[in-house]
Design a binder for this molecule. Structure first.
Ligand code: ZN
Ligand code: ZN
Length: 274
């Protein structure tokens, strides 16, 4: 029995491609969760392209994606996801309804339409299943073997946090999120309580956060706080700011680990087995 989490994109906002980003990685949000061979994907940022190529080579083209929200950095990899171009693929997408209440399918159809993209969603040969839900709903995946809980997150236009339960393990995915009042962190702490791994939006340093209040992101200090009050076993700092090059990320990770040894900064192309 194994749950393996692989980071394919750990950056927030926009992909960063220069040599300063080779250690922690420059692709945007995408995490693969392998559950005894079943593939679950958290977010479809630019990291999804590389993962898609690998899944295609491995002939694993039936996949399920859980999307936190439809800001570009979380969906821009979808039109380049190799499995969707195979007739035999089945791709399930779970996307929370957003404020304007357009369906998931309508939003992805907009993403893949002129003048933004040359190929329309209708021309995609694979079987795409869009599952709409509201953040706070619960649902099952893979014939009930996986249970998913969701929670609305404070973020411009809204976002959805996930907790995925499989056998005796659970993973919380909290991106993108701006921490707020003590009450809201208590609610989130109850949601993530006891997770084996929490992936958390730690985009800003505490100093930067002072200039970006209301932008919808959090800090490594809040990650440490939530880890403690939520009894989380291991926490990945995630959604790194584009201005945080490798040198800065090393500093942030050192500070965070000195504060709480359960924290680490997620790096692209690395895996953890729970
Ligand atoms: Zn984002
Ligand atoms: Zn966002």
């Amino acid at each position: 029995m194994a749950v393996t989490v692989t980071f394919w994109g750990v950056r927030g906002s926009i992909p960063c491609c220069s040599a300063e980003y080779t250690e922690y990685g420059g692709n945007t949000s995408c995490v693969q969760v392998d559950l005894d061979g079943q593939t679950l994907i958290l977010d479809a940022g630019s990291g999804l392209r590389t993962l898609g190529d690998l899944l295609f080579q491995q002939n694993k083209t039936d996949v399920t994606l859980l999307i936190s929200h439809t800001h570009w950095d979380h969906i821009c990899g979808f039109p380049f996801f190799r499995p969707i171009f195979e007739k035999t693929s089945h791709v399930d997408l779970y996307v929370p309804r957003q404020q304007n209440d357009e369906s998931t399918k309508e939003i992805f159809a907009m993403l893949m339409s002129a003048p933004f993209f040359p190929l329309s969603l209708h021309a995609i040969p694979s079987v795409l299943h869009f599952h709409d839900f509201h953040a706070s709903d619960h649902f099952d995946l893979f014939d009930g073997k996986v249970k998913v809980q969701t929670i609305p997150l404070t973020h411009p236009n809204g976002a959805c946090g996930y907790r995925v339960f499989y056998r005796d393990k659970s993973i919380s995915y909290i991106s993108d999120y701006e921490h707020g009042s003590a009450g809201s962190s208590e609610e989130l702490a109850a949601f993530v309580n006891g997770s084996d791994l929490m992936i958390y939006d730690a985009m800003y340093t505490p100093e930067e956060y002072e200039h970006f209040k209301g932008w919808g992101h959090s800090t490594w200090q809040q990650a440490a706080h939530l880890t403690r009050i939520g009894n989380v076993k291991l926490t990945a700092l995630y959604h790194h700011a584009p201005v945080h090059n490798d040198a800065m990320m090393r500093q942030i990770e050192l500070l965070a680990q000195a504060d709480d040894s359960r924290l680490f900064a997620a790096k692209e192309n690395t895996s953890i087995t729970l």
